[in-house]
Design a binder for this molecule. Structure first.
Ligand code: GDP
Ligand code: GDP
Length: 436
């Protein structure tokens, strides 16, 4: 089911106008749910590649005694059904008792669903100033829009689309390769993305001061569709936010969750820092493909040994993440950028590769012959067979007499052998040992 966005608010605040703008006047399906006094309108919409449904809860009459029964019913069903709630108010009529009642209701009933306070009809600076008064509703982060003119709507939808629950990886209709471009501020993420996309970058809104959590940009490479998920706009926004670290790591996390392969950029002059390690670990823990890109390589004075020495030093720090490939790029001079994309696509390919059970068991027998597991307190571990489990990344199950007998160095030995035999560069691997 596609996520559902509900527009709630008292009559005349502009819900239908916003509804029509978001759905671009597609025909609405009229939903006559029993028990709902008036029909509600639901229509399909799409933003930044995410499909969703919008519900307009309009249609009831004004009731002078506060929230009318119809309004209450519709709002309650909206709260129950929706994934995201847009609570609309009207700056031109100011904050009314009805708005406050609605706010109270939403506060009480919405649980943990995201509710956005949307102040509509904000068409001037003066009105934006007046719109501040709506913070009294208790929703303290108002979004200013004009449903009529469209201003602010793109930014609002960016945020809304980000808060949708993610579809499971296997359920995507879109078969594009999803690559996230992540890294600390200033490592060159924007430069990297811009260099790849040239002028074709899709800019939704260029109003100063507006940035978004993540921008998806699409391009083609050798006939393959690629989506770059990029968190570059972050910094400008986080400056005004309190928990900068927390906020930006949350955004990085979301970008990672949505990707198949994470391109982690670091700054060649600064080397691998603690925060870089954290980002790399985040991607590896989430079982995504990882490619480490040392950017600004143009700034390094080098001879024939420099890159080898540089990566050796980094592998020293990476420890058990040594399966991650390292490449040297320059977003400025555009050096090696397409090579990086091609490597990322290979990693994606290998991450989803399937190895047959018979092939895996030939592999296992060879490994066991070469080095059987050492016994632990006199008991011998026997691995009988192995198989690959269906998952977005390689998960191998080993069936054995007693998984508790497994020693860490033997697990490492098997992983090393697996990586030698199969193409698993940049790909995380999970190994499960089960009793059989
Ligand atoms: P609903 O009852 O909440 O669905 O509100 P409507 O969408 O029917 O809008 C109520 C009135 O407000 C209509 O006359 C709209 O033309 C007007 N309206 C809606 N959005 C805007 C806006 O952004 N700016 C201004 N100035 N008027 C708007
Ligand atoms: P972001 O915060 O990660 O998006 O980083 P930006 O793309 O905004 O880059 C930060 C700074 O590094 C800017 O001044 C860029 O011009 C510079 N920069 C980015 N890539 C390179 C590069 O490959 N070489 C050099 N010399 N500078 C770069």
């Amino acid at each position: 089911m596609k996520p559902l966005v509900a527009l709630v608010g008292r009559p005349n605040v502009g819900k239908s106008t916003l509804f029509n703008r978001i759905t671009r006047n597609r025909t609405a399906i009229v939903d006559s749910t029993p028990g709902v006094t008036r029909d509600r309108h639901i229509s399909e919409a799409e933003w930044l590649g995410r499909q969703f449904r919008v519900m307009d809860t309009g249609g009831y009459c004004h009731d002078r005694d506060g929230i009318s029964q119809a309004m209450l019913e519709q709002t309650m069903t909206a709260i129950a059904d929706a994934d995201v709630i847009l609570f609309l108010v009207d700056v031109r009529s100011g904050l009314t008792y009805l708005d406050l009642d609605m706010a109270k209701l939403l506060k009480k009933e919405y649980g943990d669903k995201p509710v956005y306070l949307v102040v509509n009809k904000v068409e001037s600076q003066q009105l934006q100033f007046e719109a501040e008064s709506f913070r009294k509703t208790g929703f303290t982060e108002p979004w200013f829009i004009s449903a009529r003119d469209g201003s602010g709507v793109a930014d609002l939808l960016d945020e809304v689309a980000e808060s949708f629950p993610e579809p499971a990886e296997g359920e995507r209709e879109d078969t594009s390769a999803r690559l996230a471009v992540i890294g600390r501020p200033n490592v060159g993420k924007s430069s990297f993305v811009n260099a790849l996309l040239g002028s074709s970058r899709h800019i939704v809104s260029n109003k100063p001061g507006t940035t978004r959590d993540a921008i998806d940009s699409r391009f083609k490479r050798n006939g393959r569709d690629i989506v770059l998920i990029d968190t570059a706009g972050l910094r400008k926004r986080t400056k005004i936010d309190a928990g900068i670290e927390f906020y930006s790591s949350l955004r990085t996390e979301r970008a990672i969750d949505r990707c198949e392969v994470a391109l982690v950029l670091i700054d060649a002059e600064q080397g691998l820092e603690k925060q870089d390690m954290k980002i790399i670990q985040m991607a590896a823990e989430r079982k995504k493909g990882v490619l480490l890109l040392v950017n600004k390589w143009d700034l390094i004075e080098k001879d024939s040994k420099t890159s080898k020495e540089y990566s050796d030093r980094m592998y020293g720090d990476l420890g058990n993440l040594s399966w991650i490939p390292i490449q040297f790029i320059s977003a400025l001079t555009k050096k090696n950028l397409y090579r990086a994309i091609d490597t990322a696509l290979e990693i994606r390919e290998h991450r989803s590769a399937e190895i047959s059970t018979s092939e895996l068991n030939r592999f296992l027998q060879e490994a066991l012959q070469q080095a059987p597991p050492s016994s632990k307190s006199g008991k011998e571990m026997k691995i009988k067979y192995m198989t690959q489990i269906d998952a977005p990344w390689p998960v191998f199950a080993f069936f054995c007499n007693d998984p508790k007998l497994l020693q860490n160095n033997y697990r490492r030995f098997l992983e090393k052998r697996l990586r030698q035999r199969y193409e698993l560069t940049g790909v995380p691997v999970s190994m499960r040992f089960q009793q059989k």
